[in-house]
Design a protein around this ligand. Structure first.
Ligand code: SAM
Length: 337
């Protein structure tokens, strides 16, 4: 008899449930009770791993730089950054219900809101025509690619308890993110993103260089910080119901864009790659009158982000600066993935 094909674990993600709330627990005892709302991504093993990396890197540091979390979902990572002492946290999500949940989660866990939440596509809106700048951008993007036509047809027949954008379209989202990133990082700024190996990571960076290069000629560089093996989850009942088509898409991805996973027993395991992304070679950006404080780098942000257990350098708030700010310097170098 033929063996059953590999599947994935069917159970929902991390944390116990308690009514409509659940506990998300990060390293060193950082934990939050979060609302489990339809339309909001339930914190998963990957989000916990990314949070753990941030705990190891930032705990005990003076975090005075401006931080953005894109795709905040429940807000868990943004809440964690606040809990770690970050003084300026902005967070966005394309899902209006996720943003509403994240706001509620901040209020429930801290009492007083300080995080600047935006319902927005990737980055927060420009102010006076100028893009907001950040010293550190954190993004746990959707981990699966745009659904195939077959998969879309199947998904169209289902009720959606979670928008497809929570886990699908990761390829186009990442390409747009990498293209726009240079407009949003301060000098020495960097992004920490968590990449799902099912998306075909090397292929995304190659396509970013060839089909979606930053418009100002700057160059994106990437560096692997940590790699974690995670059993596959289907996240929602509807997606579990189309698991055969999903698995077919992952298998096709293995051939077409080097999507990577291993099969253990009857479960697929994928790899979560926590990756640092920096930008080189962007020209000096002018500062508009009245925007000086937002245009300046808020301090020496995060240099030489280490992997493993090493730590980020602390943020150190810089003096007010009225002159144009060099946002990225140095010669363009080939993208490394
Ligand atoms: C994998 S979930 C991560 C959620 C949360 N950060 C976490 O770690 O639990 C991806 C999130 O990105 C959001 N998202 C997808 N596309 C986006 C876009 N273009 N702009 C902003 N957020 C987006 C989804 O709505 C979802 O909440």
């Amino acid at each position: 008899m033929a063996e059953a094909p590999p599947t994935g674990t069917d159970v929902p993600p991390v944390g116990g449930t308690d009514g409509d709330t659940y506990e998300a627990e990060f390293g060193c005892g950082h934990h939050f009770r979060l609302f489990d709302r339809p339309g909001t991504f339930h914190v998963s093993r990957a989000g916990i791993a990314l949070g753990d990396y941030l705990v190891r890197s930032l705990r005990g540091r003076d975090i005075t730089g401006r931080i953005l979390e894109i795709g905040t979902g429940s807000g868990a990572i943004a809440l964690l950054l606040r809990h770690l002492g970050a003084t300026s946290v902005t967070a966005t999500d394309i899902s209006a219900s996720a943003v509403a949940t994240a706001r509620q989660n901040e209020l429930a866990n801290f009492g007083v809101p300080t995080i600047d939440f935006w319902h927005s596509d990737l980055f927060p809106p420009a102010v006076d025509g100028e893009p907001a700048l950040f010293d550190l951008i954190v993004f746990n993007p959707p981990g699966w690619r745009t659904p195939s036509d077959n998969l879309i047809a199947e998904l169209d027949e289902k009720h959606h308890s979670l928008g497809l954008e929570a886990m699908f379209y990761g390829d186009s989202v990442l390409l747009r993110f990498l293209q726009q990133l240079p407009n949003h990082l301060t000098a020495n700024g960097r992004a920490i993103i968590g990449l799902n190996s099912l998306i075909g990571i090397a292929d995304i960076f190659t396509r970013s260089r060839s089909t979606h290069p930053p418009q100002d000629g700057s160059v994106i560089r990437s560096r692997l910080l940590e790699r974690i093996e995670i059993p596959l989850l289907f996240y929602t009942d509807e997606w579990l119901q189309v698991k055969n088509s999903l698995l077919a898409q992952f298998e096709k991805g293995r051939q077409e864009y080097a999507a990577s996973y291993v099969t253990k027993g009857d479960t697929i395991h994928w790899f979560y790659e926590i990756t640092e992304v920096t930008v080189q070679g962007q020209p000096t950006a002018p500062v508009l009158p009245g925007r000086e404080n937002t245009r300046q780098p808020a301090g020496r942000a995060v240099r030489d982000l280490p992997g493993g257990n090493a730590c980020l350098l602390p943020y150190a708030g810089g003096p007010a600066q009225l002159a144009p700010v060099a946002r990225h310097s140095g010669e363009p170098e080939p993208l490394v993935s």
